[in-house]
Each structure stands twice: as C-alpha cells, then as structure tokens.
Design a protein around this ligand. Structure first.
Ligand code: NAP
Length: 320
C-alpha cells in the first residue's frame, strides 16, 4: 500500500510517499481502508520534531481520517467488516491507504456524510465540542466569539454554537474565509485583521461584550479578549503559538475566567460522550464538516504548508 513516511523530523519536504507492506490486524486491532485524511496543524508540529509528542522514526503521520472497516483482529466486538467509520488517532498513522486502530479510536460515520467530510471530524469537532460544552459550559442564549472561525476548529465551533442556540460572532482574516464563516451560520462576521474589529464587536453587543470566546491564536489575542468579555465571561484557549501579556485586572473586573483545553487530555469516557453528541449532529445534518481543499495523498507536503498559511477556509483533506 501507499503511505506517507517521515524518516527525519524537519520541514514539509520530510513527508515522502512510499510503498510499504500491507497491514493486518493483531488481536484487538481493526484494519481500516482509508478514504480521506484530515490535516491538522498539530501534524506539522509533530513532523517538525519540536512538539511534546515525538514518534519513533520512521513514522506515518496523522490523527484524523475516515474509511471502511476491512478486517477485525481476534477479540474485537461491536464492529463489522464494511462499516463506515471516522477515526481520531490510530496505531500506525493515518496518511496511508490502510491504518490499524483500536476500536476505541473508531466512531460510526453516518451514511449522509462523505468520507472526505468524515475525515475532518475527530479533532476539529472533538476540540470545539470540548471547548464549548465541557470547558466554557456555554448555554443557549449566550453570545460567543469564535476568534478564528474560518479554519477547521472554527467552522466546527460555529455549527455547534448555532445548534446550541447561541448568538455567534465569527472572525476570518481573508474575504474567502469570512464568506465561509457567514455560510456556516455566524450571525455576525468580523475581520481579525481590521484595526477596529473589537470596537465593532462591542457595538454589536451594545457595549456588553461576549459571554464566551473560543480563541485560536491566544498569543496574539488573549490580552484584548479580556477587554471584550461580559461579566462572568469565559475565554477558552484552543490555540497559541507563543507567550502573551495580559492585565489580570481585566479578568478580576469581570469575574471572568481563562480556561485551557487540549483534546488529548480527554478521558475515554469524555471522548465517548463528545462523539455521541457529534454523531447526533452529523446524522441530523446540523454538523456539516467543511472541506475547503482536497488534495491527493502524494501532496501531503503541500497540505502541511497550506495549513500553516493564512487564508483558511474550512479543512484541508487528502483524498485516498
Ligand atoms: P486552521 O484550520 O489552520 O485555522 C487557523 C485559524 O486561525 C483560522 O481561522 C485563521 O484565520 C485563524 N487566525 C489566524 N490569525 C488569527 C488572528 N490574528 N486572530 C484570530 N484567529 C486567527 O487550524 P485549526 O485546526 O482550526 O486549529 C486552530 C488552532 O487550534 C491551531 O493553533 C491548532 O494547533 C489549535 N488546536 C488545538 C487543539 C487543542 O486540543 N487545544 C486541537 C486542534 C487544534 P485566517 O486564516 O482566516 O486568518
């Protein structure tokens, strides 16, 4: 089978398309025929060798994907050959035609969701769900700022917040990205590159500010976020690429809270609950993963370069 392999940590050119031996499942393992691979920024951090998670070289990258169960190892129950699934994590890497998973890494993919769309569910929706429900305890009727709404986690968060009954403000940095934010149901769309966009946000909320902020780039925005929170507001830090200075008085004055989230910290029971909720939304059509760009498996290096560039418009997926 074809797989992307990394022999040395480094830039995107470290991703090489190779022919490797077909996989077969051992006891407790599930073999999946991969039809779509979701690209996440964390895949690039791991590939660079600078992230806390450092796989043994050589390795096949990837966390997210979707496909069909091809074979079951001894002792696997509750799954059948031919079942459509999406997965979050695997034992052997997902940038490949086949992957081996534990059954706990697999979730059913409803028939109405294409494999390419299913490929960008586990990490983006899992993260957005954890941030909005489990960390911010967001409630219907509240207002949320999805700060960086044009990318994978942002578009998932917009749909989840709309389904919950929140008033949703989303930001994008490009015209195309802001069009995606509007299409995905934001009530108001702002440009996080504009000088006065947080003034516009305060006008939109009649000076009150927002109840919840889902923050994709905290090293740039956290200090300013704290000034546009309503009393009792919560900021959930989802993404950050460096340190930032804040004024703690902005938190005190609002009885506000700064929360963090890392999807990898979720327990198996918490993940099961998250994906039960996500399944329901996929099945009833309120959650519709946005595939902004589809590239072939061989273009994994290009996908890694693009996911780190500005101008996000949903997810980047490798079709397999
Ligand atoms: P993505 O698809 O590449 O999207 C990145 C988003 O950040 C885009 O919406 C982008 O907007 C936005 N952005 C860029 N500059 C911004 C600014 N100044 N202010 C606000 N937003 C800005 O990535 P993703 O998958 O959505 O992930 C977003 C971040 O969360 C990444 O840093 C990722 O590593 C992190 N993440 C964390 C977890 C976790 O468990 N905590 C899980 C998944 C992802 P434009 O391109 O339109 O400018």
């Amino acid at each position: 089978m074809k797989a992307i392999r990394v022999h040395e940590f480094g830039d995107a050119d470290a991703l090489k398309l190779e022919t490797v031996a077909d996989l077969s499942p051992s006891e407790g393992q599930v073999l999946v025929r991969v039809h779509g691979v979701g690209i996440n920024p964390v895949d690039t951090y791991i590939r660079s060798g600078t992230y806390a998670v450092k796989p043994t070289l050589p390795y096949t990258p990837g966390l997210d994907g979707a496909g069909v169960v091809e074979a079951l190892g001894d002792g696997v129950s509750g799954l059948s050959v031919g079942a459509r699934v999406y997965f979050g994590g695997s034992l052997t890497g997902t940038y490949a035609e086949q992957t081996l998973c534990e059954s706990s890494q697999l979730y059913p993919l409803p028939d109405n969701v294409a494999f390419t769309a299913g490929a960008c569910v586990a990490v983006p929706y899992g993260t957005a769900y954890r941030a909005l429900y489990d960390r911010a305890h967001a409630a219907a009727g509240e207002t949320v700022l999805v700060h960086g709404a044009s990318g994978g986690v942002g578009t998932a968060a917009l749909q989840l917040a709309r389904a919950l009954g929140m008033t949703v403000i989303g930001t994008g940095g490009s015209e195309e990205g802001r069009a995606v934010v509007a299409e995905q149901g934001a009530h108001h769309v702002l440009d996080h590159g504009a000088v006065d966009y947080l003034d516009q946000l305060m006008e939109l909320t009649s000076g009150r500010g927002v109840d919840v902020i889902l923050e994709m780039l905290a090293n740039v925005n956290l200090g300013k976020d704290l000034t546009v929170l309503a009393r009792g507001g919560r900021v959930v830090v989802i993404g950050s690429r460096g340190p930032v200075e804040i004024n703690p008085r902005d938190v005190m004055a609002r009885d506000a809270a700064i929360l963090g989230v890392v999807l990898f910290n979720a327990s198996p029971d918490e993940l099961a609950a998250v994906h039960a909720g996500v399944y329901a939304g996929l099945d009833n059509g309120s959650l519709r993963p946005v595939v902004g760009r589809e590239l072939p498996l061989a273009a994994a290096a290009e996908a890694h370069r693009r996911v780190m560039e500005p101008g996000a418009r949903g997810n980047i997926v490798l079709g397999v």
